[in-house]
Ligand binder design. Structure first.
Ligand SMILES: *Cc1c(COP(=O)(O)O)cnc(C)c1O
Length: 452
């Protein structure tokens, strides 16, 4: 299996190369050159546990990795999950199901992909003998999931920039209380955008980048998307047989990464009736799916901060399919989007998707209602998935975070604070971070000193 760039101007690469590179050299995102069908495999896959299914799925894509290596990578990846089902499907009522994706070490769905990615990087270091330095900027969840994916691994250092005072205290603890020597949480005196800016400059310095074997951790790595495909199949196979083909999968969405994975498995033949993109008040994707208008607005802070995004980076992967693989057209659309901040699709229609949008008061109201009706506590991101559910049709809401990560909003809604043993333990551990200015030169010299 080869991987091609959405922009069509980079040479096709192997799975291993696509994972090591992240972004394609032409600025596009990698996708498989053709999608295998999984229709004939579903009966046989029904008997597999999560790890077994994950291995079978990756065998279709990671064709340049020997099977026993892949087996090791995948089996280890889910050892840090606290629920034996890995992604349990909870039944709230006859037609309402929640796919819980928060049983990993940082209590959000990003662990599914970043634990696998950490193991893939480790394999790369073993094979090439070259250590790597991973660098990223975060406004919260991605940074902690990345840190926990790389924690304590040989031959890898990870530097994560986060804005001082602008991530939640729990998120900060998740990044800074690991006790691991290869982890450098850098608390910058600036905003998330300042962090992104410094990062861009550092990655733009080719010589520095090569010398430190710098690698970016972000939502565009293909391995992340593939790892996320697995829980859609697993969840679908756990539904009662009579409900499977009518089920709507509802996905709290920001960067379009999680829901894009659902779209990919649907294209491979998993009979998902519909995928609903559930946004918070940052509704660019909702506007797109309802009017065909994709235009950036201002990012507005919300109760579901990990979805406070306007430019959904994985959208380009969807465009590839929407434009029937016409890479010249994808380039043109992306260029015009960069120039004007807006693209309009005439007569946009796509039977795969629907969408919804929930503002902050809606989030609080839903947390209260779901708790009252079902005795179940959802986090503010998951809450967005509960807007506009038709009870006559089966729905699976993907739960992207544990409610204990967002105690304040949950407390406002139901007057109690959910807890998690993992988060309670964090409160007793020593914080270790590295405060720096947001100046590129300072950050660069910090990496220089600590990455050797
Ligand atoms: C990252 C995140 C999301 C958004 O996921 P995308 O793949 O960016 O759409 C939703 N909920 C939580 C809790 C997250 O951490």
């Amino acid at each position: 299996m080869k991987y091609i760039s959405t922009r069509g101007q980079a040479k096709p690469v192997t799975f291993t190369e696509a994972v090591a590179t992240g972004l394609a050299p032409d600025g596009g995102l990698y996708l498989p050159e053709s999608l295998p069908s999984i229709v004939g495999r579903l009966d046989e896959w029904e008997a597999l546990d999560y790890r077994g299914l994950c291995l079978e799925f990756f065998k279709l894509f990671a064709t340049d990795i020997p099977e026993e290596t892949l087996h090791r990578i995948i089996h280890k990846a889910y050892d840090s999950f606290t629920n034996p089902a890995i992604a349990p499907l909870k039944t709230l009522d006859d037609n309402l199901f929640v796919l819980e994706l928060f049983h990993g070490p940082t209590l959000a769905f990003k662990d599914f992909a970043l634990q696998v990615l950490g193991n893939l990087y480790e394999e790369q270091v073993r094979r090439t003998g070259q250590p790597i330095t991973v660098l990223g900027a975060t406004s919260g969840d991605t940074g902690s999931a990345a840190i926990h994916g790389l924690l304590g691994r040989q031959g890898m250092k990870i530097f994560i920039l986060y804005p001082d005072g602008r991530v939640s205290p729990l998120q900060e603890r998740q990044m800074t209380c690991t006790g691991a020597d290869n982890v450098f949480p850098i608390c910058i005196n600036g905003t998330f955008d300042d962090g992104q800016h410094a990062l861009k400059e550092i990655f733009g310095d080719q010589e520095f980048r090569r010398r430190h074997a710098l690698s970016a951790i972000n939502s565009i790595n293909l391995a992340r998307i593939l790892a996320q495909c697995v829980y859609y199949i697993h969840g679908w196979l756990r539904l009662p047989r009579g409900k499977r083909e009518d089920a709507v999968f509802v996905v709290p969405t920001g960067n379009f990464g999680n829901i894009f994975a659902g779209y990919l498995v649907r294209r491979m033949g998993l009979p998902i009736a519909n995928l609903r993109a559930a946004t918070n008040r940052n509704d660019i994707l909702h506007r797109f799916f309802t009017t065909g208008d994709y235009s950036v607005g201002e990012v507005r802070p919300s109760h579901a901060p990990s979805m406070d995004i306007q430019v959904a980076s994985n959208f380009e992967r969807f465009l590839h399919f929407h434009q029937q693989g016409d890479s010249a057209r994808v380039r043109e659309i992306m260029q015009s989007f960069r120039d004007t901040g807006r693209v309009h699709f005439e007569n946009f229609e796509n039977e795969a998707f629907s969408s919804s949008c929930t503002d902050d008061s809606g989030i609080v109201e839903i947390i209260r209602r779901v708790h009252r009706d079902h005795g179940y506590i959802v986090d503010p991101h998951t809450a967005c998935g509960f807007t506009g559910i038709d009870p006559s049709r089966p729905h699976v809401v993907l739960s992207t975070a544990h409610p204990a990560k967002f105690p304040d909003t949950v407390n406002t809604a139901i007057g109690q604070e959910p807890t998690s043993p993992i988060l309670e333990k964090l409160k007793t551990l020593q914080v270790r971070n590295y405060p720096l200015s947001a100046e590129t030169a300072d950050i660069r010299s910090f990496i220089e000193t600590h990455s050797g």
